[in-house]
Design a binder for this molecule. Sequence first.
Ligand code: FES
Ligand SMILES: [Fe+2]
Length: 420
Amino acid sequence: MNEMVADFRGPTTNFTALMDLPTGPVPTEPYRSPAYFELERERIFKRAWLCLGREERLEKPGSYFVQPIEVAKASVLVCRQKDGSIKAFHNVCAHRSNTLVLDTEGTATRFVCRYHNWTYRNDGALAGVPDERNFFGLDKKTCGLKSIATETWEGWIFINLQREPEVSLAEFLGDFGEQYRGIPYQNANKSILYVSHLNANWKVIADAFAETYHIPAIHPETIGSTFASKENPYARPISAQGWGPHRSVSTYGNPEYAPPERARVERLAYSSIATGNVLSAAGLDDMDVFLKHPAINPTKSQHWAVDVTWLFPHFQLDVSPGGFWTHHFWPVTYNSTRWEARFHMPDAQDVWQRLQQEHYIARLGEILLEDVGNTERTQQGLESGAHDTMPLQDGEVMIRHNLHHVQKWIDAETARDALA
Ligand code: FES
Ligand SMILES: [Fe+2]
């Protein structure tokens, strides 16, 4: 305990050095340069495996969803097949390239293009062409939807926009993929989704969720005393790790946290569960396996609140004692981003749980607004050109690690070189 107190208040925790990163200031150019964004588009987003989320979204054969990937100028149609497997296609008709599916999700075994009624099966095959005889030897077999490489790992769907991916998903995930096997994701089929368009570079938004240094400053009334305490006033993380381009930190939780006297609704909501867990609307049943998993809270600290795991390039997975949530930072232009946050929670079993969930959702909205409230102003500041570099402290190690690997992927001739 004394040692931990000393760590949280003493000299730098040195995770940056442990992760083999230099400690000098980092450049701001990657956040404000249209030319740099073009390199990210070609070298990163068109070469890396991209996590699209949980496969539970595709509940049964015929289930589908459409994922816009603006940075690749693509729309991706992801479909559960008859045999249970998952296939992804460019959501583009093979006739004159109209967008095929216009809604965001649903169930269908056939898709009809609304331009000239060409019809496709959900395995991508072209099934019907009106007035087919008026074409010139049309070979329907070669006019299916263009498929996109898809793999799943631990229930997470990934795609790769290279025609022939240079590396497999297993190679891309490397040791991370091994260590994070067997985590039971509770309530994976139930979530609430927040989507927002923000006028800031995708890394500005991702960075906002990648460190806890900001917590005492921007969340004093919401989670300020959950993630910081007298012992750890600046919310230093407990541990940090990197695996190739992927990274994770375990954040500190104040073990003494209790809602203050004046927070009447919060006190009421949390009186129904046996813990001061204010980070999730899930109960703690069945969470043991989750907490015992060696990859989660790897030092098994009693002061643990959340593991923030950032899968390169654009996906964050957060795991807390009460459940998990995810962030997708989808780049649109060099200074705009579509941010999707999904919070997983079960159906409420009783009125208390419902109250707790409603409280959680309202509170989440508040916290998320605090988190992204600075991002557009930050982007303006970056674009002003006032500063060419920024200093990062040890608690901001994931930001440094990301910039390092973004540059590495840009410099690398091949995806395999980028991972080397
Ligand atoms: S573009 Fe789709 S049917 Fe013509
Ligand atoms: Fe925050």
